[in-house]
Design a protein around this ligand. Structure first.
Ligand code: BES
Ligand code: ZN
Length: 867
């Protein structure tokens, strides 16, 4: 059994590291790593006088020296997992030399190679795969790094901080020396070596310092860096304007690599990125890709303050840096693109992934109490719900209060490793506010439910709103206590305008509270939870007419969209019930007329229109059902899409034609144009009429930008026509040389609504361009299929479950971190009808028994099978 680590067991480190000097003799097969460390006992540590115990993982130890003297094997205990030395003085120098094998490192943690480039990934516990170390975030040291490598294969040698020296070595080798002036935890260490091209820029900070900006990529991709550089500059400027935060080194580097487990990593001065979040030009990247790059580049940049300058005391505090930094990148993106579109995207993501997680067997608070494998806790709860909890502070304190609190937090804790409590206390102190109750958001799992009940008192001209909160009790946890929940509301009059004086933020702190609005001129309509003011589920009786009214008039754009989604959701769920009862389906006229109104509203921007005209996904609908039958959900939703297509055919056609032509430019107007155009195309192609299919074929053939090309391809792959196979073949021939575009080819086929999707996925898993060892490729095919194609993944015969389980165990032997993300698709097995549920459980049990299964995957499947 694997060891479980508990938050309550935290103890300060017995030893501290003042400095580390690293030397890398790089070779793909066998790299020598020499570390010289100055250590001392921690005066604030648990004084036990015990041995020094360093972390390690798959290291081959060659030698150990203590204060210059080589230790013999009786003086230390070493295995591939740790190095322990019993007798050490108060202060000492430790020198170690280890061997590692970067080219064989398929887990992509520690030092590895990606298309011939050396790179590192150390968060959370990857540094111990490079050298023996106190690999915990509360041990912060000054690092220097000397890199030695073959000059012709690896002309570029990078590490954290400033480059201080370089020189040549015999045998065609050379070296570069880097020095990072800031103390940092080992998880922020980085090294890159390769034959890379640089896309350069500069940024002058508000205090007038010039910072060199360098984006390093494979030479063939040098023409795809402009957007990442522009995003970086925008993020640097935004953090100065919004929070007064300036960058602190003279150089900021970003390196793009093709093999990367996550999106990107904030290593001090040397970010390492999945190439997906760097490389873009209009012909290869979609509008969503562009926005993704802008958001991720900003996120990693923002970590320089919220994460690097002030870091986490232990990994249970992960949301301290991630929730806060996600909140910051969401706010940045809202300012760069459109606040309402950004909010809708963020909330949809939260509901799709996080609400499901919170309702399933892996539910955990944003600050978890225990874990087996830390990599499994980079979850949408820690990230997205964590960001919502940070947003609560801003909603309660206002933007200025939040800014003051953030600055106070960063000033009082600079260069330290702290906790979520430190953050909350700094926020409270700077604002002279009592925020103690917010602590519960960190310790309670589950999505809170708020029931709202409004009563109109005609004679008094008063409206009373009673709000009550409840939360599912988690097994093995104490009864949930009431949370602080800010609820932003407004009351609308019959003219659709907010009644003056009714726009408020209600603070719900008790199990139940009543709020009164007085002196109202008329019976109001309630708009509640504006801007999604808290990560909760609202329950309230509302008629379809009320929802349609809010959809047309609410002054809060988020709630306008929300009312439409709620209306569509209720209608769709009614149809799902009818499918299950085998009764004929009929589309509600209310939805058609609401859609018609939106379609013909000239004041709405294309992006908002497209989002408003999208139906809730099958995943979101399934969350509302006590026992999911994915076929019924798929049929009901497909029915509504076709009926809306038919009923509004002329309007969709007009919309399509009006927006058909424009430039490939990536700006707000063109993005909006493409979004509404492509939404219209989806509804039209769903009709499967020759003239509408022809539109997609034409768009696919003529598109010069990836957004329109991809959208046409998505529509065609959903069909079963001769055009489908032709498009699949053409796409491949055109893009087989561009890995990021080829990922789309795999993903779109994996997510297709066609009945052929499963067979295609099986065939694609044997395609010469499929590669389990490349995380982007594995995710594009397997994760996107299992998590994003419910009707195909949940086919009733269980063949897709078996296929994915087989792929998971094969991938687990290569890269457990990626395997464990994919296996999570089985987590919700108990929520399916008995046939599917039994088949999923059987696959989970088969995986659990698989010999040699990793702790990453076993933690997930064991938890899913519990209870
Ligand atoms: N620090 C993380 C990267 C990371 C995640 C390292 C998990 C090790 C394990 C980074 O700041 C991050 O959060 N990246 C996100 C993207 C971001 C925009 C939310 C990612 O990689 O998905
Ligand atoms: Zn992050």
């Amino acid at each position: 059994m694997h060891e479980r680590i508990y938050r309550k067991d935290y103890q300060a480190s017995e030893f501290l590291v003042d400095s580390v000097d690293l030397v890398f003799e790089l070779d793909p097969a066998e790299t020598v790593v020499k570390a010289k460390m100055q250590l001392r006992r921690n005066p604030d540590g648990p004084a036990r006088g015990g041995p020094l115990r360093l972390h390690g993982d798959e290291l081959e130890l060659r030698s150990v020296r203590l204060n210059g003297t080589r230790l013999d094997v009786s003086q230390f205990e070493a295995d591939s997992q740790s190095l322990a030395i019993a007798d050490v003085p108060e202060r000492f120098q430790l020198e170690t030399e280890v061997l590692i094998h970067p080219a064989q490192n398929t887990k992509l943690m520690g030092l590895y190679t990606s298309s011939g480039t050396f790179c590192t990934q150390c968060e959370a516990e990857g540094f111990r795969r490079i050298t023996y170390y106190l690999d915990r975030p509360d041990v912060m040291a000054r690092f220097t790094t000397r890199i030695e490598a073959d000059r012709s294969s690896y002309p570029i040698l990078l590490s954290n901080g400033n480059r201080v020296a370089r020189g040549d070595l015999p045998n065609g080798r050379h070296w570069v020396q880097w020095e990072d002036p800031f103390r940092k935890p080992s998880y922020l260490f980085a090294l890159v070596a390769g034959d890379l091209a640089c896309h350069e820029g500069t940024f002058t900070t508000s205090s007038g310092r010039e910072v060199a900006l360098e984006i390093w990529v494979e030479p063939a991709n040098a023409d795809k860096c402009g957007h990442a550089l522009a995003s970086l500059k925008a993020a640097m400027k935004w953090d100065e304007d919004r929070y007064g935060l300036e960058y602190d080194l003279d150089i900021y580097m970003i390196v793009a690599v093709d093999d990367f487990n996550m999106g990107a990593m904030e290593n001090k001065g040397l970010n390492i990125f999945n190439s997906k979040y760097v490389l873009a030009k209009p012909s290869t990247a979609t509008d969503d890709d562009y926005e993704g790059i802008e958001g991720v580049v900003a996120h990693e940049y923002f970590h320089n303050w919220t994460g690097n300058r002030v870091t986490c005391r232990d990994w249970f505090q992960l949301t301290l840096k991630e929730g806060l930094t996600v909140f910051r990148d969401q706010e940045f993106s809202a300012d760069m693109t459109s606040r309402e579109v950004q909010r809708i995207k963020d909330v949809t993501r939260l509901r799709t992934a996080q609400f499901a997680e919170d309702a399933g067997p892996l539910a955990h608070p944003i600050r978890p109490e225990s874990y087996i494998e830390m990599n499994n806790f980079y979850t949408s709860t820690v990230y997205e719900k964590g960001a919502e909890v940070v947003r609560l502070y801003q909603t309660l304190l206002g933007r200025d209060g939040f800014r003051k609190g953030l600055r106070h937090y960063l000033e009082t804790h600079d260069a330290r490793a702290v906790t979520c409590d430190d953050f909350r206390e700094a926020m409270a102190e700077a604002n002279d506010a009592d925020l103690t109750q917010l602590e519960r958001w960190y310790s309670q799992a589950g999505t809170p439910i708020v029931h709202a009940n409004g009563v109109w008192h005609e004679s008094a001209g008063a409206y009373t709103l009673t709000l009550s909160q409840s939360q599912r009790a988690m097994p093995k946890e104490t009864e949930p206590r009431p949370l602080t929940i800010p609820i932003c509301v407004g009351l609308l009059g019959a003219n659709g305008k907010d009644i003056p004086g009714t726009v408020r933020t209600l603070e719900l702190n008790e199990p139940e509270q009543t709020f009164t609005f007085e002196n109202l001129p008329e019976r109001p309509i309630l708009s509640i939870g504006r801007g999604f003011s808290a990560p909760i589920k609202l329950e309230m009786k509302r008629s379809h007419e009320e929802l349609a009214f809010l959809m047309a008039h609410d002054s809060d754009p988020f709630n306008r969209w929300e009312a439409g989604q709620e209306l569509a959701k209720r209608i769709l769920l009614g149809l799902v019930a009818r499918v299950l009862e085998k009764r004929p389906l009929e589309l509600d006229e209310g939805l058609v007329s609401a859609f018609r109104k939106v379609l013909s509203d000239p004041s709405l921007d294309g992006s908002i229109k497209a989002l408003t005209l999208a139906l809730p996904s099958e995943e979101l609908l399934s969350q509302e059902l006590s026992l999911v039958d994915p076929d019924a959900v798929h049929r009901a939703r497909g029915f509504v899409i076709r009926e809306l297509g038919l009923a509004l055919r002329a309007e969709w056609m007009r919309t399509y034609e009006q927006h058909a032509r424009g430039a490939d430019a990536i700006d707000k107007a063109q993005i909006g144009r493409r979004r509404i155009k492509n939404r219209a195309l989806r509804y039209l192609v769903a009709l499967e009429a020759p003239d509408t299919i022809a539109l997609a074929v034409e768009q696919f053939g003529a598109a010069t930008g990836m957004t329109e090309y991809e959208a046409a391809f998505v529509s065609l792959v959903d069909l079963d026509s001769a055009e489908t196979d032709r498009a699949i073949a053409e796409f491949y021939e055109r893009w087989r040389g561009e890995p990021l575009v080829l990922d789309k080819w795999f993903r779109i086929q994996a997510m297709s609504g066609s009945p052929l999707a499963f067979d295609r996925v099986v065939a694609l898993s044997k395609h010469p361009d499929f590669n389990l060892a490349n995380p982007n490729r594995a995710r594009s095919l397997l994760y996107c299929f299992a998590a994003g194609n419910p009707v195909a993944f949940h086919r009733a015969d269980g063949r897709a479950y078996r296929f994915i389980a087989d792929q998971v165990v094969e991938l687990d032997a290569i890269n457990p971190q990626v395997a464990s993300r994919i296996v999570s698709s089985f987590n919700q097995w108990k929520r399916y009808e008995p046939g599917r549920s039994g088949l999923m459980k059987a696959e989970l049990e088969r995986i659990a028994r698989w010999p040699g299964i990793s702790k990453d995957v076993s933690e997930i499947v064991e938890r899913a099978l519990e209870r």
